[in-house]
Design a protein around this ligand. Sequence first.
Ligand code: ZN
Length: 211
Amino acid sequence: MIQIRAFTFNPFQENTYLLYDESKEAVIIDAGCSNSYEQEELRDFIQKNELKAVKLLNTHAHIDHVLGNKFIYDEYGLKTHLSSKEMPVFNSAEQTAKLYGLPYDHCNEIEGHIEEGDQVKWGNSSLEILFVPGHSPGHLVFYNADQNFMIGGDVLFRGSIGRTDLPGGDHQTLLNMIREKVFTMDDEMKVYSGHGEPTTVGYEKQYNPFF
Ligand SMILES: [Zn+2]
């Protein structure tokens, strides 16, 4: 049984998710911790619950979602997994950080690419992967059908959708992808977004003003 713990980090109020099960192994998705206080919060939770961080994943590589990657590497020796189509965004993260005036220590290396159809496995658990571009060119969504949830990154928010004005973004693509890949999921499926409170597929189909 996967347990999900959300942390809200950095000036962009980004949600970092820690997923773990009874094996005590944990995956970290979108490490956004950006200062020692936030790093401590994450490390503390892992320690107190006697978890072992075994994988780092990125839904996408916008700066607010990778700010903590270097810390995760230094602390747990984990390099991230992301889509090959997201590499241009990943490779420009340092430049973007400068643009925003954010202190950022870029972790150049990645563990490997993951794409739609692949499965992420750890402990007794697994996640399926969907390719949902539009907010960013290589955006991935992780979901578990048995427990009926998805880690949606910046694709869909409660009452909104991801911005599409950043490099590689495309508004129409995002709308099409949400219709095709997210809105075809179970209405009860819980959506854990990259920002804000969780929502459900059914709620967004009914109330999201973009549709
Ligand atoms: Zn983003």
